[in-house]
Design a protein around this ligand. Structure first.
Ligand SMILES: Cc1cc2nc3c(=O)[nH]c(=O)nc-3n(C[C@H](O)[C@H](O)[C@H](O)COP(=O)(O)OP(=O)(O)OC[C@H]3O[C@@H](n4cnc5c(N)ncnc54)[C@H](O)[C@@H]3O)c2cc1C
Length: 635
């Protein structure tokens, strides 16, 4: 069914956006997913245990490469200089090419390194811990740029043509965003029109914030192609095109400057009658958005790996500084607030890696649907690493706010904490903002319910269809719902030892989560889609439960390898304790919150209702500053 047909409360524009998003969803769940099961109240530990640690053979390949990459970075790349100048030197780009860094994910048969997802992530994480800009160059090319969709959907001819180029160092980019298209691709204005003989397409319009776009040899461009009529309704089409550098009509308009990752080559690109051959379509006409979403399922894993890499850097700085810096008679890491920050960094970093590398192992192994796991890893790690960097800045005090160059100039150690902060903030925005991740995860979490009972609420569904949905609901819900109230008496998780209590908690809380989600569906009906804060809290609970499970499962696996090492168990234990506190707060927030009152106040703010609060400042109106010193009236 269409999720949009029953949403009478939505505007036409909103429906259109949802329809485009729905049309590009992967509708089938043909492979198992730990997280999808969790949202249904089923704690399927068999899908996550034994935790898939990297095989010794694959690890050896990664280790050998990391040693060479580390040496190259140390000898050739000064991350503070790159940040200061805003440029990645050509010798670094060339050197990375010599190492094979632009072809890490390209299959060996085409001259690439043919890395597993795990080794690719490990390499990008190491680069991210050193130089955020360089990590984004690599990731924009290989996580969302042309190689990944080419690997998944390219024709043999396309692979033969482009893979060897990338393996030798050609760089690619991905162009979806436009001035009016951020999170919502339905507003896309860049068009591609077919020629009358069907042999080529002509692209027109403007793309914004295309990372690597200004230097890329090849760009994957998303464009609106002529709509099709399906069952009497207009179906919008978005198609992915491979566009090569030097094609007439490409105009690089402006290089964008950012708060962090300052050396990325990101900008505005005009496409003025840019003609590409039809064989440059990736996958097929109208499949562009679906391609982007599927590509991102795996592509998105680089970002949590990079976040974990940065978190490790923060942890090691905090460890040294927390002991070295003494104030009020004790090292700052021994004052309780400092200790809490440092402990949280260690536990959270462990959990970030556990989630990311579990999901990456599934990519390498195949046979699993990772869309929810990858989205959660991205959501969790980008938020967690931002908190870690913020905590590190607090621990470093004034020195955290000072640049590495300035610190060194006056003879202190040049920890680049302010650069880390500037570099890491973007992670909560790119490749799906936090809010869009909440929506995406919530939609998938509700999918089983929508497929079972959705047609009941669809005003356009025939009586026959409704009756079938009633029958399916009658078969599914009574048993399922009663099962959600059953305590998990038979599962003690004793193999987890001191972590067993956490496992039992996840088991019972997954059922509470499924019940709560179901209750909210009944309470709000189709309008639940509007209650994004409630959905967001439920998504966060699911994410914490996934992180807890991954941390416990990984601890158990590591312990099996090195039984005398208690560290993983201790960190998993601490992470679970902290996660439980957050989960309680989220459940409380579902039951009692100020969401409606906040929406009302926000509507009045947007309507200029509280302008008196803004008095007494110099107003930034985007074009300059104006005084706004009128007397503060409250009406
Ligand atoms: C440094 C950088 C690099 C980038 N690289 C690329 C690239 O290589 N290729 C590319 O195509 N794009 C790229 N982007 C674009 C990036 O993906 C977008 O910034 C991102 O998708 C968000 O879009 P937006 O900024 O227009 O925000 P908007 O979509 O305008 O959203 C603004 C805010 O509103 C929230 N919001 C939007 N819709 C909803 C909703 N329905 N419900 C709740 N909240 C909502 C968002 O979460 C966000 O907080 C890059 C951007 C930057 C800054």
């Amino acid at each position: 069914m269409s999720v949009t047909t029953e949403l009478k409360h939505l505007s036409e524009k909103e429906k259109e956006s949802l329809e485009v998003a729905e049309a590009s969803r992967e509708t089938e769940w043909t492979q198992p997913s730990f997280v999808a099961e969790l949202f249904l109240g089923r704690f399927r530990t068999d899908l996550i245990t034994p935790y898939p640690l990297q095989s010794p053979e694959d690890k050896a390949i990664g280790d050998e490469f990391m040693v060479r990459l580390e040496a190259f970075l140390k000898d050739n790349l000064d991350p503070d200089e790159v940040d200061r100048t805003g440029d990645l030197p050509q010798n670094v780009i060339d050197g990375l090419a010599k190492l094979g860094c632009w072809g890490m994910k390209i299959p060996k048969e085409y001259g690439g390194l043919g890395f597993s997802q795990i080794n690719y992530n490990r390499a990008v994480a190491m680069v991210a811990s050193y130089c955020g800009s360089t990590a984004v160059w690599l990731s924009a090319h290989q996580s969302i740029g042309v190689p990944q969709p080419l690997k998944l959907f390219g024709s043999d001819a396309q692979k033969k043509k482009y893979f060897p180029m990338f393996a030798k160092g050609a760089i690619s980019a991905f162009a979806l965003t436009e001035p009016g298209v951020g999170s919502d691709p339905a507003r896309m204005t860049v068009t591609a029109e077919p020629s009358s003989d069907g042999k080529s397409w002509t692209i027109n319009g403007t793309k914004l914030w295309c990372t690597n776009g200004l230097v890329a040899d090849v760009i994957c461009v998303m464009a609106k192609t002529p709509s099709k009529t399906v069952n009497g309704r207009e179906k919008r089409q978005i198609t992915a095109f491979i566009v090569e550098k030097g094609t007439p009509g490409i105009e690089y308009v402006s290089r964008c400057e950012f708060m962090g990752i300052r050396a990325i080559q990101n900008g505005v690109i005009h496409f003025n009658n840019v003609t590409v051959p039809s064989e440059n379509i990736l996958w097929g006409e109208g499949l562009g958005l679906k391609l982007a979403l599927i590509t991102l399922n795996t592509g998105r894993l680089t970002l949590p790996a990079a976040s974990a890499g940065m978190s490790k850097q923060a942890l090691q700085i905090a460890k040294i500084w927390g002991k070295e810096r003494e104030q009020w008679g004790a090292p700052i890491g021994k004052h309780e607030p400092g200790a809490v920050k440092i402990a949280n960094m260690a536990a959270s970093t462990f959990a970030q890696e556990a989630m990311t590398y579990y999901t990456s192992a599934l990519v390498d192994r195949g046979g699993a649907d990772i869309r929810l796991e990858a989205a959660m890893a991205k959501l969790f790690c980008s938020e967690a690493s931002w908190k870690i960097v913020d905590d590190l800045m607090q621990l470093r005090g004034g020195r955290g706010y000072e640049t590495a160059r300035s610190l060194r100039r006056r003879g202190e150690k040049g920890y680049a904490v302010e650069r880390m902060m500037r570099d890491s903030r973007i992670n909560r925005i790119i490749e799906g903002t936090d809010e869009i991740q909440h929506l995406f995860i919530a939609r998938e979490a509700l999918d089983k319910h929508m497929r079972t009972a959705g047609e009941i609420m669809n005003p356009k569904a025939s009586m026959d269809v409704k009756m079938k949905a009633f029958a399916a609901s009658a078969r599914f819900y009574p048993f399922w719902y009663i099962g959600l109230w059953m305590p998990g008496l038979f599962r003690r998780y004793s193999e987890y030892g001191s972590l067993a209590g956490h496992m039992r908690y996840i088991d019972s809380t997954s059922r509470k989560l499924a019940r709560t989600l179901f209750h909210q569906m009944i309470k709000f009906g189709p309008k639940l889609e509007r209650r994004q804060m409630i959905l967001g809290r439920l998504v966060e609970i699911g994410t914490e439960l996934f992180a807890m499970t991954a941390a416990c499962a990984k601890a158990l696996a590591l312990e099996k390898e090195a039984p005398s090492e208690t560290g993983p168990r201790e960190l998993a234990d601490l992470f679970c304790r902290e996660a439980k506190l957050r989960i309680h707060a989220y459940f409380d927030g579902v039951a009692c919150n100020a969401d409606v009152a906040e929406s009302k106040v926000a509507a009045k703010v947007l309507d200029h209702g509280y302008e008196w609060v803004e008095k007494g400042i110099m107003v930034d109106d985007g074009e300059g500053f104006k005084g706004n010193f009128g007397p503060p009236k409250t009406s």
